[in-house]
Design a protein around this ligand. Structure first.
Ligand code: PGA
Length: 250
């Protein structure tokens, strides 16, 4: 089994409905059909239209940016994994640093979300990464290994085919400061080894994306790293030509 190559767009809380529609139309036009999996992680209200628009393209799929840790019920404002799937989305981001920080999501809570996602047959993009103080203190390797152990130890091997990891050093997200290819490769290799240690060969085959100010200029050198299988792209995914360039930077 060869590892998937992926360019995932994380639109975050940007774009009106009309702007999102236009951006997706542009993306479908400018991104060449190729073997790179393009996952558009859109705000909840746009999942359905994005799924409809991408239905004719085998290389495009749609994802949500979060899901509830509960299946259904009295959780006002929450969106369940099953609702996401019913809108035609196939992926969901879990554990993005912005959610870990602003919503204080714990490892246990994240595992609950992952279980819900798998129950709804969604693929999970699970994010890990250290903050600047942890990198400065030389703790970055332990931080990501512990994030994997804390959450993924609760999973069985049968789920690995629906799991994607994203290494996102928090100090690089939205800051314009990118990890160097050497820094990215070092961390991706550590993550891959840890996945291998936890799950064996299948663990080592899970795709690991780099995220954090990845853009049309630096994507090529990042994706050239042997353990980098693609990117989770925030800001640059809002510009059709830039995202298209990223999807052809493998
Ligand atoms: P950025 O965001 O590309 O804007 O740094 C990446 C992310 O948060 O997933």
């Amino acid at each position: 089994m060869s590892r998937k190559k992926i360019a995932a767009a994380n639109w975050k809380m940007n774009l009106s409905y009309a702007e999102a529609s236009t951006l997706l139309d542009q993306l479908l036009e400018v991104c060449p059909t190729n073997a790179i999996n393009k996952i558009i992680c859109a705000p909840f209200p746009y999942l359905h239209v994005c799924s409809e628009k991408t239905a004719g393209r085998i290389d495009f799929t749609v994802g949500a940016q979060d899901c509830s840790a509960h299946a259904k019920g009295a959780y006002t404002g929450e969106t369940s994994a099953a609702m996401i799937a019913s809108c035609g989305a196939t992926h969901v981001i879990v554990g993005h640093s912005e959610r870990r920080t602003y919503h204080r999501e714990s490892g246990e809570h994240l595992l609950g979300k992952i279980h819900q996602a798998f129950s709804a047959n969604l693929n999970v993009i699970f994010c890990i990464g250290e903050v600047l103080a942890q990198r400065k203190a030389g703790e970055h390797k332990d931080v990501v290994v512990n994030q994997l152990l804390e959450v993924l130890s609760g999973l069985g091997k049968e789920h690995l085919s629906k799991l994607i990891l994203a290494y996102e050093p928090v100090w690089a997200i939205g800051t314009g400061e990118t990890a160097t290819p050497e820094q990215a490769q070092e961390m991706h290799a550590i993550i891959r080894n840890q996945m291998h240690a936890m799950f064996g060969d299948e663990g080592g085959q899970v795709a690991i994306l780099y995220g954090g100010s990845c853009n049309a200029k630096n994507a090529k050198e990042l994706f050239a790293c042997s353990d980098v299988d693609g990117g989770l792209i925030g800001g640059a995914s809002l510009i059709a030509d830039d995202f298209a360039t990223i999807t052809t930077s493998f």
